[in-house]
Structures are given as C-alpha cells and as structure tokens.
Design a protein around this ligand. Sequence first.
Ligand SMILES: C[S@@+](CC[C@H](N)C(=O)[O-])C[C@H]1O[C@@H](n2cnc3c(N)ncnc32)[C@H](O)[C@@H]1O
Length: 300
Amino acid sequence: MSKPLSRLLRREQRAFLARDRAGWKAHLARVRAFLGEGFTAADPARPVLVLGAGSGLEVPWALAPPLTEGWDADPWSRVRTWLRHFRWAPWTFEDATGGLAELEATVRRALGEPWSGRHRDPRAAARRLTGLLPSLQPRPVALSAWIGEHRPGTILAANLMGQFGVVAEGLVEALFLPASPWETDPERPDPLAEALEAWTARAVAAFLQVLVPSGADLWLVHDRAVVFSGGRLELGPWTDAWVDQLQISAPPLEARDPLAGIDVPALLTGSGLTVGARGRWLWDLAPDQRHLVEALHARP
Ligand SMILES: C[S@@+](CC[C@H](N)C(=O)[O-])C[C@H]1O[C@@H](n2cnc3c(N)ncnc32)[C@H](O)[C@@H]1O
C-alpha cells in the first residue's frame, strides 16, 4: 500500500481512538452484541472474515471462532487488536475497495504538469481530476480473490463501508496539500466533490457485489448517516428510507450520506439475499456529530 494511504489510515484510526468516548457506551454495546451474534451463529468449521477489523474496539474477538481472520488496510490494526484482545489472528492489510491505488495515481496525474513535473494550479488540477474520476471503477479484486480461495461461511463488515468516501476524500486532500481541492463557497456547486461522491457510490456497490455472491452469511454494520443538525434527535420505527426514521426537533435536517445514496437493504434483497435481523441506532460520536448506524444480517 502507498505511503500516503497507509499514513492516512493510521492517522484516522488514531483520531478515532483518541476521541472522547463518553457518549459511545450504548453504541459499543449494540455493535458488539450484533457482531457477537454473527460470531456465535457462524459455522466453526468454516472461515470467518472480519472486514474493517480495526483495533477491535467494536469486535468481540473472544466470541470469534478459531478460523476467524481480520482484514484492515491500517498497518497497525493487527497489533492493536492483539493488545486489546490478546488474539493474533491471520490478517490481510489490503484496500477493501480495490480502487484507492488507482484513485491516488489519478490525483497525482491531475496534479502534475507532465512537461515540468511541477504541480498544476490547484483549481486547474481539481477541474482535471473532476474530468478523470468518472472513468474510475473500483474493483475489490483482492477481496474477491480471498473469498474465492477461503470460501468463508460468515463475513462481518465492522463499520467499514461508511469509511470508503471519507478515506477517498482524505487521500485527495492529502495529495493536494498545501492547497485545498474543494470549492470554498458553500453556495456554489462543487463538481469535484460530486464526482468523488459518485466514485464512492461505485465503490460501495462494487464491494457489496463481491459479498453478495460469496454464499456467506453477512453481518454488516455501517454509518447510514452523519447528522450535523442541532436540537433533539430521535428515531422513529424502522422505515425503508432512513431519512424518514429520523425525528428532529429543529428542522431542516442537515446530514451527510457516507454511502453516497446506496440503499444497502434494497441492494441485498434485490440481489436475492434475505435480510433477517435489521436495526438502526444513534451514536453520539461527538457533541456536534451524531451518527445513524445501520446493522443488517443477510443470508443467501
Ligand atoms: C470506523 S473504523 C472501524 C473500527 C473497527 N471496527 C474496530 O472495532 O476498531 C473503520 C476501519 O476501516 C478501515 N478502512 C477504512 N477504509 C478501508 C479500506 N478501503 N480498506 C480496508 N480497510 C479500510 C480503517 O483502517 C478502520 O480501521
């Protein structure tokens, strides 16, 4: 993996762990219970894969069957998991989208002037990148090969999918430094941000399209939305559209969709899987950043 990407993932994970976790108790209890159910229901004779295993903060490794393996692009994730759980599991340190290396190369291409090797003007580079992004199609080749070789009976995706766009954004920002690639006027459209959002949607869909035909039981937890609105926030009963489930005291709703519009339950059922357990809960990640988390169990 490239240096900027591995540095970025390490930094993101450090920042995640360094946050004030006072409001995380309820989230951690629910996510651990959900992933623990996945471990307990797994066939112990078949491999189990934990995607986005991280440092194991959310993953109850004590319940993991012996053939469980971790997957995380953060080079420190396995050591951190060992320090937290005393479990030295087999591990894959690869990009689960399969698209970040190509994205990085494309950003470098957009930034560099081929004749001088110097950086283009950042606005010209952002325009060029906007034009190049639609041709990129992330393909999770390594993940697909791993699944083909190991034939896991169970796959857990532990809060990973919602990170694809965040990591892609962070990578673009890091490569543009010291300039910013984004439109600074919030009233004006930002074509680069829109093109990257479309890349994220393709990455999430391609990732799911590798999991769906795997034949494994899927236990997926992900950020469904990041809510920035102030005021009281509550959850109504399940509705297919997550926006309708959110009840806020101070409209309008200000939220970001980290899955770039992909409706995961609809994609899973539309691909022939049965979605059994499903739930959503609120996670107060920080005082001004509340997440709507979605957990889905799907089986062939
Ligand atoms: C929100 S954290 C999840 C924390 C983890 N479940 C735990 O219990 O510590 C997201 C994790 O996904 C990893 N990640 C993000 N994007 C990735 C990608 N494209 N490929 C592989 N891992 C990725 C990060 O390194 C991080 O560990």
